[in-house]
Design a binder for this molecule. Structure first.
Ligand code: AMP
Ligand code: MG
Length: 525
């Protein structure tokens, strides 16, 4: 395997002068050199063909011993210098100081076909940033990160990618429910790939230490490599903040579109490239409950609930603005950008929802149409993915009956968890909504079949429902990786009809409603 290495991060940015792997505060440095630990008996569980292609790795190479050893950290890529990145972050609204790659180790930047990719393994041992933790990862959370990274990519959501998933052969102790009952679990390593793993917290750490020199070096590096159209001066820094703000907003709109809830939108988990990063206790809306979050740590305040993701991203952008302020020394342009975000969000959200229900023309009544729809989706538990997918089967010449007849809901009835609840007021509101919707569809120039084609490109048929990951995890715990492979394959074409995969186009089964890992997840990973 011959990877073309071009390590810009370690070449152009300041390194930690200490090279011992001891836990400590690291100052005036963007990273520390560190070696992954050797794993006992690594075994490849899965790899992503699409990502090997990005890196220029052939199929034969991906199946080699060398691939397994390199991407579990047992063998260092020649001419590379692995490192852990230093960053800080605001966690659940509070400044948490230095965080950093506590269990991620960057192997190298690999160049292929004119693109450069940072390649990082997660779970290969402690680093100076591990604080009190072990630097390891378990199989269940690694499966979740591996599958979701690639599923999100194929859904068209900006994300970091996943190259491979391997078990290490080592055991890792975890108290999964934080209830004082730790158990040994299988250790695992995911290899992640992204143009960069820089986060808002990478900039915040320098600002918090008033290290404006390192801050400027890092911002200039970021602009040079990832925002090359911008200048490295005050005007450029303002434009940089605007660009990050827009990318972040676009990512959030995609999350809302597919029903994704990140779960831990702390500033250390916000990519400077607007990519979805750090798949922890994330989840997917099943019932359309805007207050839902899968994260047990956040169960009380629900800071990162589905409906507040945009708002929390804005809060995080404000923290990034504060971090960049020393280079700009003017609050007004930054405030303006934050205000623009709010206006843009309203417009983009409306546009996204209009696309989900197949509307292309502008109509000032659409705002109410969407609000009424969202209200209806909450009147009785309604599966988000199934509802929007099925809505494309409605014909615009359908007639809503006046009597207590529910047949007008035939196209979408699969989405109701308790169809018997669709009566009385709930039925009345659905009738009212469909009447308006059908009138609105009449104004569109597209035919039913044209509209269906377009709607089916924004409303996925298959998403990685929480219980699906759990089934893959349960099988994998027993050494059966076939479900990982099955889900990986289906989720490559989430917008396509896949008759052989119809069983995954279904509401969450009742057993999954309360099962750990299916409805709620802890941060333990
Ligand atoms: P997260 O909320 O999972 O993104 O993690 C927050 C911080 O904790 C990051 O700095 C991680 O590197 C660190 N961290 C999480 N789990 C571990 C672990 N098992 N060992 C070391 N550091 C960890
Ligand atoms: Mg993180």
């Amino acid at each position: 395997m011959e990877l073309q290495i071009n390590d810009t991060f370690v070449k152009e940015l300041p390194a930690d002068s200490q090279t011992e792997n001891t836990r400590r505060q690291v100052t005036e440095a963007c990273y520390s050199f560190v070696q992954p630990i050797k794993t006992a008996a690594p075994k490849l569980v899965h790899y992503s063909k699409e990502v090997t292609d990005l890196l220029g790795i052939t199929e034969e190479e991906a199946k080699s011993e060398e691939f397994l050893n390199v991407f579990t950290g047992n063998q260092i890529i020649p001419n590379s210098t692995p490192y852990a990145m230093c960053y800080g972050g605001h966690q659940f609204g509070h400044w948490a100081g230095q965080l950093g790659d506590g269990r991620a180790i960057n192997l190298a930047e690999v160049e292929n076909k004119g693109k450069r990719w940072a390649v990082q393994i997660k779970g290969a041992g402690a680093t100076p940033y591990s604080r009190t933790a072990d630097g390891l990862a378990v199989l269940r959370s690694s499966i979740r990160e591996y599958l979701c990274s690639e599923a999100m990519y194929h859904l068209g959501v900006p994300t970091t990618r996943a190259l491979s998933l391997a078990i290490t052969g080592d055991e890792v102790m975890r108290d999964m429910l934080y209830d004082g009952n730790p158990e040994y679990e299988k250790g695992a390593i995911v290899c992640r790939v992204s143009p960069s793993f820089l986060r808002f917290g990478s900039y915040e750490i320098f600002a918090s230490r008033q290290d404006h020199k390192s801050l400027k070096t890092l911002v200039d590096y970021t602009i040079k490599h990832f925002y090359p159209e911008l200048t490295q001066d005050k005007a450029g820094y303002i434009a940089f903040f605007r660009a990050v703000s827009i990318k972040t907003l676009d990512m959030i709109i995609h999350w809302q579109r597919v029903g994704f809830v990140h779960g831990v939108m702390n500033t250390d988990n916000m990519s400077i490239l607007g990519l979805t990063i750090d798949y922890g206790p994330y989840g997917w809306l099943e019932g359309y409950d805007k207050r839902w979050t899968p994260n047990t740590t956040d169960a009380e305040h629900k800071r990162y609930q589905y409906g507040k993701q945009s708002n929390k991203a804005l809060w995080n952008l404000l923290k990034l603005a504060n971090a960049l302020y020393p280079l700009i020394e003017e609050a007004e342009p930054l405030e303006e950008i934050l205000n623009e975000y709010k206006t843009m969000y309203a417009g983009k959200y409306q546009g996204m929802m209009n696309a989900k229900i197949g509307l292309e023309l502008d109509d000032d009544k659409d705002l109410k149409l969407i609000q009424d729809l969202e209200d209806n989706l909450r009147r009785t538990e309604t599966d988000m993915t199934i509802f929007f997918r099925c809505l494309s089967n409605v014909n615009k010449d359908m007639v809503v009956p006046e009597k207590d007849d529910v047949s007008f809901l035939d196209a979408v009835k699969e989405a109701f968890y308790q169809p018997e609840e669709v009566k009385g007021e709930t039925l009345f509101f659905w009738k009212e909504w469909f009447k308006l919707y059908l009138l609105r569809l009449q104004k569109e120039t597209t035919t039913d079949s044209e509209r269906k084609l377009k709607m089916d490109k924004v409303n996925p048929k298959y998403v990685l429902r929480n219980y699906m990951s759990q089934l893959a995890i349960d099988a994998s715990d027993k050494g059966d990786y076939s479900v990982v492979d099955e889900l990986f394959t289906i989720l490559k074409k989430p917008y396509n009809e896949q008759p052989e995969a119809e069983k995954w186009f279904a509401k969450r089964p009742e057993w999954a409603r309360t099962k750990v890992g299916c409805s709620m997840l802890s941060c333990s990973s």
